[in-house]
Design a protein around this ligand. Structure first.
Ligand code: FEO
Length: 401
């Protein structure tokens, strides 16, 4: 028998860990796994918040049944319909035929589309409330954090937010569920990776959601992934991480992302990085796009203000993985970045031309002059790489003042 974990009186954790999947959304690596969090409040009316990925429904229903201890399930609030959370909803309705599904208009549309369920669905609007007895729920619609139907539910008595993907992290919950039971530092980089990979395009909707949340007192954050945040300093920290990321604010530092088939273009990256360090820039992260998953490169691009991209010419185009990286950056509407670039060719150059087109299409501030190398590093190319590194360092240092 699997028992749920009691977080506090009337509040149970019904979630579980996924250490099986290699890729979240079949895109993003999961070296530390991921948790799918679901919660239950017991009261005069019992309410479940989200379900879990269908692969884990068996364990989930065992935990739910034990937590309910023979009581009926009255409501399931669907804060987010992505199948990592709603996957078990159809089965839930089969097992608990009287459960009322609570969501907004867009949720109802998706519940019908994914599960063919149209009956016993309570459609709420922004600001609506639902009393459970001692506990009371208020619904805040937060579209595009991360899908159009996403919402955050606020339990007003204990001041708990059930936040959906917001404030979520990659990484399983290994024993501890709340931030006081584990080392929160372990999750912060995975929170940034989760945000930048999954939610990163939606900075403006996230800002609107944070504005709504700024009006309420929050004592617990129950996200659908990662730890439950309960300590005031951790709550402030995770909100400030989301605020900073959604404003596309980076720290001082430079990501150099390059492609290189035989190491010549790589030498340009090394030279630029050397000069950045000479100028006192300590956070310089070099990523080979062939070796490092884009998931981590995107995370670091969200972390740091400086971005320098380099590529050889390949079939008269960019190196394929560099092109793929640019599409990921474009797809996230990245702003507030300082951008430099370099490229190479052997007999006919195309990489720098394409990088110039990319640079022109962004809102980035272009730093220094692009460097184009023919075949291998000459003294002139070396000097130009040094100049690009110096220009980037100067721009970052200017922001210190
Ligand atoms: Fe965790 Fe947008 O799903």
């Amino acid at each position: 028998m699997l028992k749920p974990i009691q977080i506090k009186k009337d509040l149970y954790y019904i979630g579980l860990n996924d250490r099986t999947k290699h890729l979240f959304e079949n895109l993003w690596p999961l070296p530390k796994g991921v948790s799918y969090n679901s919660y239950l409040i017991t009261d005069d009316k019992n309410v479940l918040f989200d379900t879990v990925d269908i692969c884990y429904s068996d364990i989930f229903f065992q935990k739910l049944e034990t937590a309910l201890d023979g009581k009926q399930l009255d409501y399931v609030v669907i804060n987010h319909m992505e199948p990592d959370h709603s996957g078990s909803l159809g089965l839930l309705r089969s097992k608990y035929p009287n459960v009322q599904i609570v969501g907004n208009k867009r949720t109802a549309d998706m519940v019908e589309g994914f599960f063919g369920i149209t009956d016993n669905v309570m459609v709420i609007e922004d600001g609506d409330q639902l009393s459970l007895g001692k506990h009371n729920l208020a619904f805040y619609l937060t579209p595009m954090v991360h899908w159009p139907e996403t919402m955050i539910t606020y339990e007003t008595t204990e001041k708990i937010i059930f936040s959906g993907d917001a404030f979520g992290t990659f990484g399983t919950l290994d024993g501890g569920i709340t931030d006081s039971q584990l080392h929160p530092e372990r999750y912060y980089d995975e929170m940034i990776r989760y945000y930048s990979n999954v939610v990163g395009k939606f900075g403006s909707p996230v800002q609107k959601a944070l504005e709504k949340l700024s009006t309420i007192d929050i004592k617990y954050i129950c996200s659908t992934h990662g730890p439950v945040w309960t300590q005031p300093e951790q709550i402030n920290k995770v909100i400030s991480i989301y605020d900073k990321l959604s404003r596309y604010e980076g720290d001082e530092g430079v990501v150099i992302a390059y492609g290189s088939m035989y190491g010549n273009t790589e030498q340009m990256a090394e030279t630029i990085a050397y000069e950045l360090a000479q100028q006192g820039i300590k956070e310089v992260i070099i990523h080979s796009v062939s070796k490092r998953s884009h998931s981590y490169i995107i995370r670091d691009i969200f972390k740091y203000k400086g971005l320098i991209v380099g590529s050889p010419t390949y079939n008269n185009k960019l190196f394929p993985d560099v092109e793929y990286l640019l599409s990921k950056v474009e797809g996230r509407d990245m702003k507030n970045r300082y951008f430099g670039y370099f490229g190479s060719y052997t007999w006919s150059g195309a990489a720098v031309k394409r990088l110039t087109e990319f640079a022109d299409s962004t809102k980035f501030e272009i730093i220094g002059s692009p460097v184009e190398m023919k075949q291998s590093m000459s003294l002139d190319t070396y000097d130009s790489c040094i100049a690009l590194g110096k220009a980037m360092a100067d721009r970052l240092i200017l922001d210190r003042k």
